[in-house]
Design a protein around this ligand. Structure first.
Ligand code: SAH
Length: 344
C-alpha cells in the first residue's frame, strides 16, 4: 500500500477536488484547512465540526505530519535554540530571539545546505533535503507558542536565517510565507518577514516578478569578486555583476530596499579598497548595511576585525548616506547565533 499523503501538501483547490471526487461537499475543504493551518491541529478526530464519514475518509487516506522538539537550549541572553526532529528523523534547528521591542523567530528552510560558504557551520553538513511548507510553518507556530510560554509576548518577526538557502527551496518557502501571512493561517504582516539569501540572481528576479511583499536581505560579505569567491565559492558562477543586475531588477519592480549582511574579518576584507567596493555596490539601489559580528566556528582562518575597522566601515558608508548598523551576536554561548547552526 502506498504511504499516506501529507494532507498539508495539498492546496485548498486540490483538497476540494478530492472531496468532490469522493462525494463529500466541497465547502468542507475550507473547514479542514482551518483546522490544519489556523488551529494547527495534528489530529483528524479533533475536527469536531466534520461528519464522521469524512473523518474516517481523512484518517484512511492522509496523515498530518508533525515536528517535535528533540532538544532545547536556553542562552543566558534569553535566546532559545530548538533542535527539531522531522517526520523522517532528520534534524533542523530554529531559534527564538527576544529583545526589548521584538521577539524574532529564526527558521530553517533546508536540512543542511548545498552552498559551501567557508565561514558557516551549516555548510559542513551536506544538503539532505528541502523542508516542506508545513515544516517551515510549524517552526513558526512552535516559536510563537514558546514566545507566549516563556515571555508572555507574541512573536513579532520572522527571519529566514536558519539552516539552508531559502531561494534553493523557493516554492515551499513562499507557500509557508503565504500561510504565515494569510488570515487562514497566522495572519502575520509580511513586512515583518525577512528572507536572507546568499544571493541567487535568477531567484531574486523571480521574487521580483512574483511581487513578494516580504523583505530581502543579501549576504554580501565582499563586493570584490575574487574575495567573495574565495569564501562563497558559488560566486564564481553567480558573480557580483549578475547579483547587482538582479537587485536593480528587484528594486525596479518592488521599490523595496535591500539589506546587505556583511561580516568584516581581519586581514580579509578590512582594507580601504574593500570598503570602497562596498560603498559602490550599495549605490546601485537604495540599501543599508548590517555589519554582523562574526560567530566563531573554530576555524583559525576567520577572525573578527577590530572595532576600529568597523568604525572605518561605518564612517565611510555614512559619509555616502548609506545607513549602517552593527548586529551584535545573540545566543552564541549555545551556538545559536548566525552561522552556528549545525546540529551539534
Ligand atoms: N543561506 C542564507 C541564510 C542563512 S545564514 C544566507 O546565506 O543568507 C544567515 C546569515 O548568517 C547570513 O548572512 C550568513 O552569511 C551569516 N553567517 C553565516 N555564518 C556566519 C558566522 N559564522 N558568523 C556570522 N554570520 C554568519
Amino acid at each position: 500500500m502506498a504511504a499516506k499523503k501529507d494532507i498539508r501538501s495539498l492546496t485548498i483547490d486540490e483538497l476540494k477536488e478530492i472531496l468532490e471526487e469522493n462525494s463529500f461537499q466541497s465547502f468542507r475543504a475550507k473547514q479542514i484547512y482551518h483546522w490544519l493551518w489556523k488551529k494547527s491541529s495534528h489530529d483528524f478526530l479533533s475536527m469536531h465540526n466534520l461528519p464522521e464519514k469524512l473523518l474516517t475518509f481523512l484518517e484512511n487516506n492522509f496523515v498530518i505530519r508533525k515536528i517535535e522538539i528533540s532538544r532545547q537550549q536556553k542562552s543566558k541572553d534569553g535566546t532559545i535554540k530548538n533542535a527539531i526532529k522531522l517526520f523522517d528523523d532528520l534534524i533542523v534547528e530554529c531559534v527564538l530571539i527576544p529583545s526589548k521591542k521584538r521577539i524574532t523567530a529564526c527558521v530553517s528552510s533546508q536540512v543542511g545546505c548545498s552552498l559551501n560558504c567557508k565561514f558557516c557551520a551549516t555548510a559542513r553538513l551536506k544538503r539532505m533535503r528541502n523542508l516542506n511548507a508545513d515544516e517551515i510553518y510549524d517552526q513558526v507556530v512552535l516559536i510563537a507558542k514558546q514566545s507566549q510560554d516563556f515571555y508572555k509576548r507574541p512573536l513579532t518577526n520572522i527571519v529566514f536565517m536558519g539552516m539552508g538557502e531559502p531561494l534553493m527551496n523557493y516554492k515551499n518557502v513562499t507557500k509557508a510565507i503565504e500561510m504565515i501571512t494569510s488570515n487562514e493561517g497566522l495572519g502575520m504582516s509580511s513586512k515583518r518577514i525577512v528572507l536572507s539569501t546568499s544571493g541567487v540572481p535568477k531567484m531574486i528576479k523571480k521574487m521580483a516578478d512574483d511581487k513578494v511583499k516580504f523583505k530581502l536581505a543579501v549576504s554580501l560579505h565582499s563586493a570584490i569578486d575574487e574575495t567573495r569567491t574565495s569564501i562563497m565559492p558559488f560566486n564564481a558562477k553567480m558573480d557580483l555583476s549578475q547579483l547587482r543586475d538582479s537587485l536593480v531588477y528587484w528594486y525596479d519592480k518592488t521599490k523595496s530596499m535591500v539589506t546587505y549582511e556583511y561580516v568584516v574579518w581581519k586581514g580579509f576584507n578590512d582594507k580601504e579598497e574593500d570598503i570602497n567596493a562596498l560603498v559602490n555596490f550599495c549605490k546601485k539601489i537604495p540599501s543599508k548595511v548590517n555589519l554582523i559580528q562574526y560567530n566563531s566556528i573554530n576555524d583559525p582562518n576567520f577572525i573578527q576585525a577590530s572595532d576600529e575597522t568597523l568604525s572605518k566601515y561605518i564612517s565611510l558608508l555614512e559619509k555616502n548616506n548609506i545607513t549602517a548598523t552593527i548586529r551584535m551576536s545573540r545566543g552564541n554561548d549555545i551556538d545559536a547565533a548566525c552561522g552556528q547552526l549545525a546540529n551539534k
